[in-house]
Design a protein around this ligand. Structure first.
Ligand SMILES: [Mn+2]
Length: 326
């Protein structure tokens, strides 16, 4: 066990899960500031780096990126630590190579999280019904009777975790407690428009151009409640794309009223194959559809496929299937 009241003047390591998201970063950074206020020495070691959209978060530059740092210095830090906490991380399988150091260190191990099936630690503070670990961090600070230590930086970090893990307060997991905590964070003077502005998806020009071409081309088949569109190799010559720039195009078709099935054909090169992505709403299973006709698969409402035909032939093939589909 860890006696919470002894957490002062100690060496603490916080380990968020790999590819840390807004909740993993926000929760870790909030605890980083909080434990520092209790006069501890605190380090956050992230197994891998984080997305550029998080580069502005208070304290984020202090995070040590394991994959980009000399292993000896990290090993030393971990060996000398008194406490190691997994944050927004239920299992060492999500911290990559840090796993070995985690087990070899004599530090007491703790976990603050909301994922199901947390691994056994000396100290466990988790609830799988809350939508974000940042809520657990708020509860943790409250449980330690230290809410007066919440400041604007801590509140900003917790709010980022809360808003990103709740899909901006839209998911079914959102409770009155989520909003109660958000309210307490707002009282600390956080700048909500600034946070949203930073986290909003940013388009580069070519990505926006390609999206506009795809939107212009959307065809609707009302009888089959289907929409589809495409991007060809010529478009990509005009607007060179980076990987990921065409992500999300398929979703736009589904935004049309009464459409339940959307397809996007992508001619990455002038040669084959054509990549197709499918999205659906409700019962229409695009995983089965793609497996059966497009040699692909995925999930019920999001799947991909591939065809060794030209773009034109691929679309013809798709339309012939759609027209004969129940
Ligand atoms: Mn989370």
């Amino acid at each position: 066990m860890i006696n919470l009241h002894e957490i002062s003047k100690k060496k603490i390591i916080l380990l968020p899960h790999n590819n840390p998201d807004g909740d993993a970063l926000g929760s870790s950074l909030a605890l980083f500031f909080y434990f520092k206020k209790l006069r501890n020495k605190v380090s956050i070691i992230s197994p891998t780096t984080y997305s550029k959209s998080f580069q502005w978060i208070p304290g984020v530059k202090e995070i040590i990126i394991f994959s980009e740092t000399k292993k000896n210095s990290i090993q030393k830090k971990i060996n000398e630590s008194d406490y190691i906490f997994l944050i927004d991380c239920n299992n060492v399988s999500r911290i990559g190579e840090l796993k070995e150091s985690f087990f070899s260190s004599k530090a007491k191990k703790g976990l603050i999280d909301h994922h199901p099936f947390p691994m056994n630690c000396d100290f466990m503070f988790y609830d799988t019904t809350v939508p974000s670990t940042s809520m657990m961090v708020f509860r943790f600070i409250s449980y330690m009777n230290n809410l007066e230590k919440l400041d604007k930086d801590i509140a900003t970090c917790l709010y980022i975790g809360l808003m990103t893990d709740t899909g901006y307060f839209r998911y079914p997991s959102v409770t009155s407690e989520s909003h109660f905590i958000a309210g307490k964070l707002i009282e600390k003077g956080i700048n909500i428009p600034l946070i949203y502005n930073h986290l909003q998806e940013k388009y580069n020009e070519n990505k926006l151009r390609l999206l506009s071409i795809a939107l212009k081309r959307i065809k609707i088949i009302p009888n089959h409640r289907t929409a589809y569109t495409f991007i060809n190799a010529l478009d990509l010559q005009r607007y060179p794309y980076k990987k990921g720039d065409t992500d999300g195009i398929t979703n736009y078709g589904l935004g049309i009223k009464n459409i339940v099935f959307s397809a996007f054909f992508f001619e990455e090169r002038e040669t084959f194959p054509i990549k197709i992505s499918f999205r659906s709403k409700g019962d229409f299973d695009v995983n089965l559809f793609s497996r059966k006709y497009f040699g692909g698969g995925g999930h019920k409402n999001a799947a991909g496929g591939i065809l060794n035909k030209s773009l034109y032939e691929s679309i013809e093939y798709f339309l012939s299937i759609i027209n004969n589909y129940k």
